[in-house]
Ligand binder design. Sequence first.
Ligand code: PEP
Ligand code: MN
Length: 272
Amino acid sequence: MELQYIKKDGNERKVVKAGSAIFGDGGFLVIAGPCAIEGREMLIDTAKHLKLRNVSVLRGGAFKPRTSPYSFQGLEIEGLKYMKEASELTGMSVVTEIMDPRDMDSIYPYTDMFQIGSRNMQNFPLLREVGRYDKPVLLKRGLAATIEDFLFAAEYIAVEGNDDIVLCERGIRNFDNYTRNTLDISAVPLLKQLSKLPVIIDPSHGTGVRNLILPMTLAGLAAGADGVMIEVHPCPQKALSDGEQSLDFDDFDKLIDKLNRVESCFKDMREY
Ligand code: PEP
Ligand code: MN
């Protein structure tokens, strides 16, 4: 069966708006923030810093899909209240993960975009649920999903009426353990050749290694990605989740400085 709703027809490209942020208009959008919202102060501090660097979208998990049930599971709605405050303070849009269709109505007022994480990429009731709402969806590639699995997961959302979907390549499992996952850079031009949807990369989960985030961000830009999602924490050593792949403010600034210098070199040459 072929794709219908998200298929690319000719040169058609879908532009997706999340609050004031725009994906797929030819620019390179930066989403950043902590893996998990751990408290009010750390979130507001992070948001203020990111705003100074022109970040468009603040990320932060309040409902966390953790491997172990004994790990920090997120602050849930309390965390989303801090997120709303940070967004109002800085003007940044918000993206946060939804794991359960039953949480839809409680999360809805607090976010501009729903994230569906890797572990739920084929949670079909959840895909259909976000497809029935009027807010955009950030769909992350499953840990072991083929390109076809990924595209049909997006199609599930679009079939319900919502084709405001951004695809996120976040690395796939392989045999190596120097990295947490292997970021599939080739997926970026491939997904953009097969679908009309914007595609971003997540080099934080895609590598799991702090020192690989900058080079992979630049690789994603060159490969035609519409943006990047990066985990940033005021003190990664103390993070309650994913500290080893989070950048502190200084390292994030260095990344943005390099990205700004390189971005103009690729102007108008990122469609393949
Ligand atoms: C996340 O972005 O917070 C996350 C849990 O990522 P993934 O679903 O890609 O593992
Ligand atoms: Mn994380």
